[in-house]
Design a protein around this ligand. Sequence first.
Ligand SMILES: C[S@@+](CC[C@H](N)C(=O)[O-])C[C@H]1O[C@@H](n2cnc3c(N)ncnc32)[C@H](O)[C@@H]1O
Length: 266
Amino acid sequence: MTASTAEEPLPTPTYDRIGRGYRDVRRPDPRLAALIREALGGARSVVNVGAGTGSYEPAGTDVTAVDPSRVMLDQHPGRRKILAGAEELPFEDGAFDAAMAVMTVHHWPDPLRGLRELRRVSRRQVLFTWDPGHRPELWLIEEYLPEIRDLEHARFMPLSAMVEAMGAHTVVPFPIPYDFTDGFQIAYWRRPEFFLDPVVRRASSTFAQLPASVVEPAIARLRAELASGAWHRRHADLLTRDTVDYGYRLLVAGPGDDAPPDGPRG
Ligand SMILES: C[S@@+](CC[C@H](N)C(=O)[O-])C[C@H]1O[C@@H](n2cnc3c(N)ncnc32)[C@H](O)[C@@H]1O
């Protein structure tokens, strides 16, 4: 359903290369799922943009999944699936009660256009993203792979720009639990040994963008420092924490369907 012509084929979406087996490592976390469900504000019809394999879609709602990656949509269990990018949503204005977009805006070639589309097709918008201005950074970046910093800063919009583009009225911090089940990079802040597993690394688009010549020596050093106990000595404080705020944020714009018609919006 994406527009593509013989003269100008669309580039292969990244997740058509790296998306196989996504559901094995990227298991939706129930605490984040509850936050997203609540933020959707009683929406009955929801468009999930950058839906991937359908994580965080609330049960009992009428969901349409949109994603430009066929590999991802093939793993999505839903019935209504549209192969498209956020920048050109094939829906009427106001077609949905709500739109959701979870850990996807940083993949969009034109995020401002995509966010405009979300606002066009839905009354309420719920986004989950990361604030590149937030500190602390994950130790993996500071101590082993500073190359990740440039990559992430190039693709994540500053939070204030995202809030403005969405017209968001609510920003909710989501400190990452130590046993977060959705295996994107930050999930393993207290479980460093997971980074040694190539299957875990393959499920992360950040690792997928870094050459093996950069990743492998860094992982070898991590392996050695875990074996010697050096990592644990350096991070003894982290090992006592249950959550850390690493800058993940839920943003909400537009009125909820559970708000009284004349009551305060949002
Ligand atoms: C990290 S995955 C997140 C998937 C899902 N939202 C989740 O929380 O598991 C990012 C998704 O964004 C999709 N994506 C990439 N470019 C996109 C675009 N222009 N518009 C919409 N989605 C896009 C990818 O194909 C991929 O499925």
